[in-house]
Design a binder for this molecule. Structure first.
Ligand code: ACO
Length: 323
């Protein structure tokens, strides 16, 4: 009866900083408005020749600095992203090629900002089903490539980054305690990027391939969906909220996080987020934030984590697991 656990973590952000004052020069906004409404002070922007796969490789190289094992026996690579380098081949294949991993399955998972938690839940499922033993799970996005810097209500939010964990089979106690996924496809028109198609239900979608959102609808979705999801996870675990050492919701916006804490009863001082220095890094935000917590020594071995991602779709996914 196999179980899974996380054995290593790494993260990476591009070196170029875009702060609120630079945005003031690019669009009609102010540092004060952005900080008050979102908590974001700066974000990182990938270079012209730097794509999601490069950010993943940066995060995996970082993971390898703190991991004694090898990647040669990785048997599955899952990459959560909605900004892959190419629609095909997948980012997972680009990673497999870069490291010369001989016998890995490869798959990109698109659930936007919920993607990393979806991929983690998939990894746990594959390992507990006995199909895989060692899975690289990355969350990475380069939203800056698809953001409209003329749209002040969305361009201020997004930054680029990547985080990656190794999930491995263990004969000991498994790390995953509870899992929960869901979606409300009616929310599709509130947060999207057009691709081959630019109409939905007869509604013409604008944006011309740029990321479009109705901020208020996204906000309402997040604060309406995450708290009941957290309760479902706690119910599944048969835990009270004070057993959670660290709550790591998707770092979309500090006000959303504050509201989630208020509604779930999880205190802000047991909540980790990264939007202040990195903005909303989409599928990367949860593993990036966890990596920051681990590196700073706040998150310690055995700590009980509640992760919760939400985003375009609308889609959402949560899990309780131990570090
Ligand atoms: N600077 C200055 N003023 C602005 C800016 C800006 N950057 N953006 C909007 N405004 C103005 C608006 O034009 C509006 O002016 P008006 O009252 O004269 O019409 C006013 O500020 C209020 O605008 P709202 O959109 O109502 O502002 P709100 O308080 O809702 O904040 C925000 C907007 C920050 C986008 C908020 O709705 C939010 O955070 N939503 C969630 C967005 C999010 O997290 N999206 C990503 C989800 S994850 C994923 O899957 C990608």
């Amino acid at each position: 009866n196999s179980k899974s656990k996380m054995t290593a973590i790494g993260s990476y952000v591009p070196s170029q900083v875009l702060d609120n004052f630079e945005l003031e020069a690019m669009t009609d906004t102010t540092d004060e408005w952005i900080v008050q409404r979102t908590g974001i002070r700066e974000r990182r922007i990938a270079g012209a020749n730097e794509f999601t796969s490069h950010l993943c490789i940066g995060a995996i190289d970082d993971l390898l600095r703190n991991y004694d094992g090898t990647l040669a026996d990785v048997d599955m690579i899952l990459v959560a992203t909605y900004t892959p380098d190419f629609p095909a081949p997948s980012v997972a294949c680009l990673i497999q090629r870069h490291y010369g991993i001989p016998a890995a399955g490869t798959l990109d998972v698109n659930a936007a900002c919920a993607g990393f938690v979806y991929a983690m839940n998939l990894a746990n499922g594959l390992i507990t089903a006995g199909l895989n033993r060692k899975i690289l799970v990355a969350g990475a996005d380069t939203a800056s490539k698809i953001v409209d810097y003329g749209d002040r209500s969305s361009c201020i939010l997004f930054g680029d980054g990547a985080g990656v964990v190794l999930m491995e089979r263990t004969e000991e106690e498994g790390a995953v305690v509870a899992q929960h996924f869901g979606a409300d496809g009616n929310g599709g028109i509130h947060l999207y990027r057009t691709g081959l198609r630019n109409e939905l239900d007869g509604i013409e979608l604008s944006g011309d391939g740029k990321l479009m959102q109705s901020g208020r609808d996204v906000y309402r979705f997040a604060v309406g969906t995450v708290p009941p999801g957290v309760h479902k996870l706690l119910e599944q675990a048969q835990w009270s909220v004070d057993r959670i050492d660290w709550f790591i919701p998707h770092s979309a916006n500090l006000r959303i996080v504050e509201s989630l804490c208020e509604k779930t009863g999880i205190p802000m001082d047991r909540t980790l987020y990264s939007m202040e220095q990195y903005g909303n890094t989409s599928a990367a935000s949860i593993p990036l934030t966890l990596a920051m917590g681990v590196k700073s020594g706040r998150v310690r071995a055995g700590d009980r984590l509640l992760l919760f991602g939400f985003g375009s779709g609308f889609s959402y996914g949560g899990m309780i697991l131990k570090w």
